[in-house]
Every structure is written in structure tokens, then in C-alpha cells.
Design a protein around this ligand. Structure first.
Ligand SMILES: Nc1ncnc2c1ncn2[C@@H]1O[C@H](COP(=O)(O)OP(=O)(O)OP(=O)(O)O)[C@@H](O)[C@H]1O
Ligand SMILES: [Mg+2]
Length: 225
């Protein structure tokens, strides 16, 4: 079963009065449940744009976006926000943690946003941080953690609401080779243990190697995969 289906999507950005950038020109791709998929391709080929559509962060100008059996590109804004919070987890290149909160507070906050009580959110955050081997760093703030550890916290945050899919835009882009390998290994083991679907936009060939499949984008469309 496809957990995400993007059908013939177009997206353009307006720069000047008559000046448009065509970020997507008829891109089509499917993500299967339980799969780890890499999206690769040159800078500007539309990778982040297509990932934003998958994550309900934005809508296409034309075409369709489906999450499992639900068409999402036509849903009103409020419903999209709800789906995003519960069904999709995000990991970013720059980690995007709140610097004044500890690791466990950063992770728990995502569960509170999704409606969990403060106590339950904290309990669950501690469990997920143990799963990413950060049991001994829960009380540290992001500035007191290495890049690899910060990305582990971000992965824990992405997983806390048990999303059906985790979307990562250059998740190893700010990491050195060793931390990058650790993070790839962690995502792979989560995928194998829990069946979480991962879609990873990347320039890192090691992510491509670790994934089940790679889709190659070129000029706003899929050229291979
Ligand atoms: N908010 C925006 N406003 C205007 N143009 C944009 C915007 N976002 C993206 N674009 C343009 O759309 C095209 C596709 O951008 P996108 O970010 O999807 O590429 P990408 O494949 O993720 O590239 P990179 O590998 O550099 O991250 C690019 O030409 C980019 O400049
Ligand atoms: Mg990008």
C-alpha cells in the first residue's frame, strides 16, 4: 500500500510581477508503507518543495497529494495542521531544537502540542530518548550536546507521536562523517524495528545506499526511480 502518493504535481513561486520559478513540473512518486526512500538530485530540482507537499506544509498549484487513502491537498488549513501534527514527523538539517529547553522538554513539547497531558508527554519523551540512546543526556540543553546528539533529540521528537511517516530534509547535512553514519544507522534500525516509513531528501550518497530505493529528481520532475 502507498502511504504517500504525489500525482503530477506542479508548483511555481512568484518572484516578480511576471517572473516565476517553476519548482515542480509534473512530479509523480509513491512511497510504500515501511519503506526507506531517498530523494536525490541537483540543487534546485524541487526536492524540498515536494517534501513540503508530502508533509502538508504547502499545497501544489496542480496535481494531487494523498496520505494513505486520504487526499490532503484539497483539505482546509486547519485539517492539514492536525494531520501534520499526528501523522508526520519532521527532521531538519539544522535540528531546529528550542535552545532554552532541555532535550526531554524539547521532545515532550511535541506530544503536548498533539494533545497529551504534561505528565504523559514527559513519560513518553523519556522512553523515546532511551530508544535513541540518550538516556544520560535528557537534562541537557541543545547547546550542551554534539550535533549528532542534537539530531538524535530531533529524531526522538519526530517519533514521539508515532507518526506513520518521518520526513527528513538533509538530516545529515550539518554532521561530520562519523555522526552522519550514526544517524543513518539509527534511522535504519528504527525503520527495521518499528516499521516507520522514512523519506529522506539528501545529497549524501551514504543515505542513498542505506535506503531501500532512491528517486532522482531533475528540473521539478522525477527522472528515475
Ligand atoms: N519560497 C520560495 N520562493 C521562491 N522560489 C523558491 C522558494 N522555494 C524554492 N524556490 C525555488 O524553487 C526551486 C526548487 O527549490 P527546492 O528548494 O525544492 O530545491 P531542492 O532540490 O531542495 O534544492 P537544494 O538541494 O539546494 O536544497 C529552486 O529554483 C528554488 O530557488
Ligand atoms: Mg532542498
Amino acid at each position: 500500500m502507498s502511504i504517500i502518493s504525489v500525482k503530477e504535481v506542479y508548483k511555481r513561486y512568484q518572484l516578480g510581477r511576471e517572473n516565476f520559478v517553476h519548482a515542480l513540473r509534473g512530479a509523480t512518486m509513491q512511497v510504500e508503507k515501511g519503506e526507506m526512500l531517498a530523494i536525490m538530485g541537483p540543487s534546485g530540482s524541487g526536492k524540498s518543495t515536494v517534501m513540503h507537499l508530502m508533509g502538508c506544509l504547502d499545497r501544489p498549484d496542480r496535481g494531487e497529494v494523498w496520505l494513505a487513502d486520504r487526499r490532503v491537498d484539497t483539505l482546509p488549513h486547519g485539517e492539514l495542521t492536525g494531520i501534520r501534527g499526528k501523522e508526520v514527523g519532521f527532521i531538519f538539517q539544522g535540528f531546529n531544537l528550542i535552545p532554552t529547553l532541555t532535550a526531554v522538554e524539547n521532545v515532550a513539547l511535541a506530544a503536548e502540542y498533539a494533545g497529551a497531558s504534561r505528565g504523559k508527554a514527559r513519560e513518553r519523551a523519556e522512553d523515546v530518548l532511551k530508544e535513541v540512546s540518550l538516556a544520560d543526556r535528557m537534562g541537557h540543553k541543545p547547546g550542551e550536546l554534539s550535533g549528532g546528539q542534537q539530531q538524535r533529540v530531533a529524531i526522538a521528537r519526530a517519533l514521539i507521536n508515532e507518526p506513520s511517516v518521518v520526513l527528513g530534509d538533509e538530516p545529515t547535512g550539518d554532521l561530520d562523517t562519523e555522526s552522519s553514519r550514526e544517524i543513518i544507522g539509527l534511522m535504519k534500525s528504527i525503520n527495521e524495528r518499528q516499521g516507520t516509513t522514512f523519506v529522506l531528501v539528501t545529497h549524501n550518497p551514504e543515505i542513498g545506499d542505506a535506503c531501500h530505493r532512491t528517486v532522482l529528481m531533475l528540473d521539478g520532475a522525477v527522472s528515475e526511480g
